[in-house]
Write a protein that binds this ligand. Structure first.
Ligand SMILES: *Cc1c(COP(=O)(O)O)cnc(C)c1O
Length: 364
């Protein structure tokens, strides 16, 4: 079954662990001896209910999510969170701080501007391009802000935060869509985190939100009920029909992660993948060039350039013939992007690296 699978470097939706897909295949027609698939069950029945609970509790366990945080599964993707965060947490008369590190943080800010007052606490844009994240000292934070928003990994520009900014008593909100669960992190450092599942933890259709209970309680009530965190928190993400199959797939992915010993091993592998791939780029610096400053190089989305756009095009085409897909950079920046999320193994990265070595030798 799996011998036709390619090595998938897609940025999102992205690779899923084969074992999570195989489990879905095996359970597809007859889930838990119920004679139907999980998708055909009522979201209020006990079969789906067990899946839902397991997904929440696996997340809680893997991250040690404290009791005073909600774990929610919502719809509308990370893009809807760009709006829901300010709708809930930015009251009239307050202001929110945004740190701009890429296209997604720009979009988050644009949505917040439609809701209320915002400030840019830092930006690392240079002529529309971002090649690093800011240092703590570069953040000009408003001590009275309703929250500070960051994008922990910049999927398009290939940069990542390797520290959690200190924001004092101001809650930190993070878009972790493309690096959620790349390693364990201290949830307490954040007021709210959100992550569209389709990069690192599952299929599209669901966004994970972890949010401090007091922020939810203090959230605005003058917005439609469906957009209030409080609504979904009160009903354990079952206020309306949730994306049951997507949550089921998250369950499959997280249960594999837990079985393999949790996030420490995931982090170790991710660091090794980054070391191997950036190591190749740096070794062959006469041919490959990474535009990102060393301290901000993402371990999830590795972007690099070849000497010419023609060579980049040939690189993508020949990689595809060699069984590797998804390597074309985002249309707004060009170049090459290898997304090496949790489900992309060290073997896959080694295969890419040997392809890169022989491509450089042939074309350099
Ligand atoms: C993909 C992505 C988004 C958008 O996610 P949708 O689920 O398509 O709304 C937002 N932020 C980041 C960092 C992303 O990588």
């Amino acid at each position: 079954m799996t011998n036709h699978r390619v090595i998938n470097f897609n940025a999102g939706p992205a690779a899923l662990p084969v074992a999570a897909l195989e489990r879905a295949r095996d359970e597809m027609l007859d889930f838990a001896n119920s004679g139907m698939s999980v998708m055909e069950h009522s979201h209020r029945g006990k079969e789906y209910g067990a899946v839902h609970e397991e997904a929440v509790s696996l997340l809680r366990k893997l991250l040690d999510v404290p009791e005073d945080y909600h774990v929610l599964f919502l719809q509308g993707g990370a893009s809807q969170q760009f709006a829901m965060v300010p709708m809930n947490l930015l009251p009239v008369g307050r202001s929110a701080d945004y740190v701009l590190t890429g296209a997604w943080s720009e979009k988050a800010l644009a949505e917040a501007k439609l809701v209320g007052t915002t400030r840019v606490a830092a930006t690392t844009a240079k002529e529309g391009k971002y090649t690093r994240v800011p240092t703590q000292r570069e953040l000009e934070l408003d001590g009275g802000a309703a929250y500070v928003h960051i994008t922990s990994n910049n999927t398009i520009f290939g940069t990542q935060w390797f520290y959690v900014p200190e924001t004092g008593t101001v809650p930190l909100a993070a878009d972790m869509s493309s690096d959620f669960l790349w390693r364990k992190f201290d949830v307490r450092r954040f007021g709210l985190v959100y992550a569209g599942a389709q990069k690192n933890v599952g299929p599209s259709g669901v966004v994970v939100v972890i949010v401090r209970k007091d922020l939810v309680e203090a959230g605005r009530k003058d917005i439609p009920k469906i957009f209030r965190y409080a609504t979904h928190a009160a009903d354990n993400s079952l206020y309306n029909t949730p994306p049951t199959f997507s949550i089921y797939m998250i369950r499959n992915v997280l249960s594999l992660t837990a079985e393999a010993g949790g996030l420490e091993g995931v982090e170790k592998t991710n660091r090794e993948k980054g070391r191997v791939l950036y190591g190749c780029i740096d070794k062959l610096a006469a041919f490959y060039r990474c535009p990102v400053e060393v301290g901000s190089r993402s371990l999830m989305n590795v972007v690099f350039r070849l000497p010419t756009p023609e060579l980049e095009e040939r690189f993508v085409a020949e990689a595809k013939k060699a069984g590797m897909v998804g390597l074309k950079g985002h249309r707004s920046v060009g170049g090459i992007r290898a997304s090496i999320y949790n489900a992309v193994g060290l073997d896959a990265v080694r295969t890419l690296v040997s392809f890169m070595e022989s491509f450089a030798a042939k074309n350099g």
